[in-house]
Design a protein around this ligand. Structure first.
Ligand SMILES: [Zn+2]
Length: 173
């Protein structure tokens, strides 16, 4: 965990088992800075087959996100370049891993040769009981929907506290 440059998460929709990010969020260890971006999925319900429509309807309810991104979102065909550039901006020294807790998004990052570490931590709902962190305002379809911005901040708070505790324990002896 000492080698994390950032904690990253994405939420998105699917078509034929392929993941299309809709929101990307990043938090940094021991920093208050949280970044997030909307991404155009290029998907619309009308053009999906019934299986994908059912899956995406579930995702829409679970996340509360609209499948259609705002006009200023990152274009669908630029998202891979964007992620590669983001990684180049975030990594420094020995801190070369993006921390993730999202296998589907992890697959996309690994496909882009971005090194990732799977973070072991309690679930977002469990962490949400310890840290009072609000959702972003994108969850128009369900105000209680799962939020990537909140998720990366919860994980960041958890990891910061864990590292602080480790230093406190170590400094006693
Ligand atoms: Zn959100």
């Amino acid at each position: 965990m000492d080698q994390l440059c950032a904690i990253i998460d994405a939420q998105g929709f699917t078509k034929g088992n392929k993941f299309y990010p809709r929101v990307i969020a990043v938090a940094f260890p021991f920093s208050e800075k949280i970044l997030c971006w909307d991404v155009e999925t290029g998907l619309d319900f009308k053009s999906l087959n019934s299986k994908d429509r059912i899956t995406n309807n579930y995702i829409r309810h679970y996340t509360g996100l609209d499948i259609k991104a705002p006009d200023d979102a990152i274009a669908k065909d630029k998202v891979n370049v964007f992620l590669a550039m983001l990684y180049e901006q975030c990594k420094y020294g020995d801190q070369i891993y993006f921390g993730i807790k999202n296998p589907q998004f992890g697959n996309l990052l690994n496909y882009l040769h971005i090194p990732t570490l799977e973070i072991e931590c309690p679930s977002t709902s469990a962490l949400g009981r310890y840290y009072d962190i609000k959702r972003c305002d994108r969850h128009t379809e369900n105000p209680e929907g799962a939020c990537s911005v909140r998720k990366v901040e919860l994980i960041k708070e958890y990891l910061d506290d864990k590292i602080m505790c480790k230093h406190l324990i170590n400094s006693k002896y």
